[in-house]
Design a protein around this ligand. Structure first.
Ligand code: GCU
Length: 659
């Protein structure tokens, strides 16, 4: 039965079908072997088997073809027919084995999406260097904000037992170009740096290595105290630096290609350099010095906001990090969330993008849907990734977040995209079939941020179901508006962080009594009798001043602020006229209702697909859509009831049909 285990790699066939396939690999490396095995799994070549040659650019026959391969870099690929000794050969090549592996997956994708076996001409090079999953996996198996079961890593049976599933994980990641994985939660326990856990991480690194995936660890900044018995973790203390150097050397003895560290410091109670009145750069550079001799890097998160800081939470990361531009070591990359608060259904792009030109910035997206309905709600995140990446910073002409992230406008070679993984031990990995699309889209868009959400959705739908327009068209249609529907029924028009406390599932705009003011939804929406929204102009927190002058000018005026971000930047009257001619209140009510309506329409589209989709995947999705519709109504009705208790207004005629 179809259970979703194969993800989008649905070409597993009985071993016999591809026996006619002739694959020649030049060189016997684990990566070339993995590439060959992957091609052999598919039955695309069963009837008409071409000769496939897997070889790097240095192979004598490939070199003789004088193909323009240099531009492919060390991960790009070229797949196409060539003539070798009078024989038409399908050549899969690149400058490295990894390029060949990515080319093999590209070939399979081409065939899975309905491409012809006769005409093949595939060339691609990743635009972003580090394409990394962040697992928020704790050592006890619980995944923070994880909705797909326990951690995939079975720390109890590692390092001895290498679950074949780890290989399937690596295959799935390699198929979309992911080349790094941070194994443990950013809220890290020092234990993950002890010898037993280093051995476990090393076992995983061994499994992942042939697939071009490096292992990284989240490091707890106070580990020198907890594990080393030191009195301090002050980054400028020579003993502290020496402890990290020795620890790092120990890791590299087990994992020679260890990627480096990810650090969450001085954020939400985590220790960090600020505890010793040092800067984030002091902390990052100390760790960077430890990994530098081994070629490692440090990914230092900019997700900071302090309990004691009365400043608008949306401003704090910029305030803290912007003055540090140019102060980070060359093997440090600062990891910045897509928006300035926290993975909301919609956030304007983070003002740090474009504001630290001397520092490589890595963008962090959340693939797991902490604020978008967990595993059950269908929300394709491709449009959200694309929206942030395509945002214009207006720092220099034509500058977008994508061009900051890919290093092109600021001339950085260290570039990266991180995605907080949605993967767990559920049979279908991600908690639902459609959640798999978000993992897929993250990888594809990290490889090339310009791909576009719809083409990526089409690929995924064709590979996951079947490459027939009768399936792909409606599935993609459902997906493309699904995230906007979540925005509509949860946080329309720039609202944010109105979710229930702690778990963030379901509405809670009325919550006002949490001990930290910036955890309360009322802090974000500021609704009162007169209006709603967070004034981030000069009359309020002036957060807009953190954007480029040109963009700040635009955002200073509600009339030139995109309506979808209106309440993020402005406190406006309930009766404000919107572009539609409706009042803000009527518009909000309409949006909530539209979100609910979209879910109802997805259910209808999905119902119509019943004959075309295997029953296991169809039924689970149908059930989840029913849950989503119920909960979208809950969001709408609870939110509207609360706003009405504040503004005293009635439901405008013609909107919000009763549940
Ligand atoms: C969110 C999330 C936390 C997480 C934090 C982070 O606030 O709710 O669980 O630890 O982000 O990104 O560090």
């Amino acid at each position: 039965a179809e259970d979703g285990y194969d993800l989008w790699l649905r070409y597993r066939t009985p071993a016999t079908t591809s026996s006619a396939l002739k694959i020649e690999a030049r060189g016997d490396t684990p990566t070339l072997r993995a590439a060959g095995e992957e091609l052999r799994r598919s039955n695309f070549f069963a009837t008409k088997a071409p000769t496939i040659l897997l070889a790097t650019a240095t192979d004598r026959d490939v070199a003789a073809l004088r193909l323009p391969l240099a531009a492919l870099g060390d991960e790009g690929y070229r797949v196409g027919y060539v003539t070798l000794g009078n024989r038409r050969t399908l050549l899969v090549t690149g400058n490295t084995d990894r390029g060949v592996l990515y080319g093999s997956f590209a070939l399979l994708r081409h065939l899975q999406t309905g491409g012809s076996l006769d005409r093949i001409d595939l060339t691609s090079t990743p635009r972003v260097k580090l394409r990394v999953l962040n697992h928020w996996d704790n050592l006890d198996g619980v995944v923070e904000r994880g909705y797909a079961g326990a951690s995939l890593w079975d720390w109890w049976t590692l390092p001895d037992f290498r679950d074949p599933r780890y290989t399937d994980y690596a295959r799935a990641n390699a198929s979309i170009g992911i080349n790094g994985t941070v194994l443990n939660n950013v809220n890290a326990k020092a234990d993950s740096l002890t010898a037993p856990y280093i051995a476990k991480a090393a076992a995983l690194a061994d499994v992942f290595r042939p697939y071009g995936i490096k292992v990284y660890l989240s490091a707890r900044f106070s580990a020198p105290i907890e594990l080393g018995g030191l009195k301090t973790a002050d980054p400028l203390d020579p003993q502290v630096a020496a402890w990290w150097k020795a620890k790092t050397d120990e890791i590299y003895r087990s994992i020679p290609d260890f990627g480096g560290f990810l650090v969450k410091a001085n954020s939400e109670g985590q220790p960090g350099p600020r505890d010793y009145h040092r800067t984030h750069a002091d902390g990052a550079n100390m760790l960077a010095a430890a990994v530098a001799p081994h070629g490692g890097i440090v990914m230092w998160r900019a997700f900071v906001y302090a309990e004691t800081d009365p400043e608008d939470r949306a401003k704090q990361a910029y305030t803290e990090f912007k003055p540090l531009d140019g102060k980070f070591a060359s093997n440090v990359i600062v990891q910045v969330k897509n928006g300035a608060i926290d993975f909301q259904p919609r956030e304007p792009f983070h003002p740090l993008f474009g504001a630290m030109p001397k520092t490589p910035l890595m963008i962090e997206f959340q693939i797991t849907k902490e604020y978008l309905g967990f595993a059950t709600h269908l929300a394709y995140l491709g449009p959200m990734f694309a929206e942030t990446l395509g945002s214009e910073t207006m720092q220099t002409p034509g500058e977008t977040v994508a061009k900051v992230v890919d290093g092109s406008v600021e001339h950085h070679t260290l570039t990266g995209m991180a995605g907080v993984a949605n993967i767990g031990r559920d049979r279908d990995w991600a908690g639902s079939t459609f959640n798999q699309a978000n993992w897929y889209a993250f990888g594809r868009m990290a490889w090339d941020p310009t791909l576009g959400a719809a083409p990526v959705a089409r690929e995924w739908a064709a590979m996951t179901f079947a490459p027939s327009p009768k399936i792909v068209d409606p599935v993609v249609a459902m997906m493309m508006g699904s995230r906007e529907a979540v925005v509509d029924y949860m946080t329309p028009l720039g609202l944010a962080h109105v979710m229930a406390t702690g778990h963030h599932y379901g509405p809670g705009p009325w919550v006002a009594n949490l001990k930290r003011p910036e955890w309360n939804p009322v802090y974000y929406h500021r609704a009162d009798k007169a209006g709603i929204g967070f004034d981030r102009t000069k009359t309020g927190s002036d957060a807009i001043a953190q954007y480029s002058p040109a963009l700040a000018r635009q955002l200073a005026n509600p009339a030139t602020t995109p309506e979808r971000e209106l309440l993020w930047f402005h406190h406006v009257a309930w009766d404000r006229r919107m572009a539609s001619g409706r009042t803000l209140w009527a518009e909000m009510v309409g949006d909530y209702d539209q979100g609910v309506g979209y879910v109802a329409s997805m259910r209808r589209q999905w119902d119509a697909l019943k004959p075309s989709i295997d029953s296991a995947r169809w039924t689970k999705t149908a059930t989840y859509l029913a849950v989503q519709q119920r909960e979208a109504q809950w969001w709408r009705d609870a939110s509207l009831a609360y706003w009405m208790s504040v503004n005293g207004l009635p439901i405008p005629a013609g909107t919000a049909a009763p549940a």
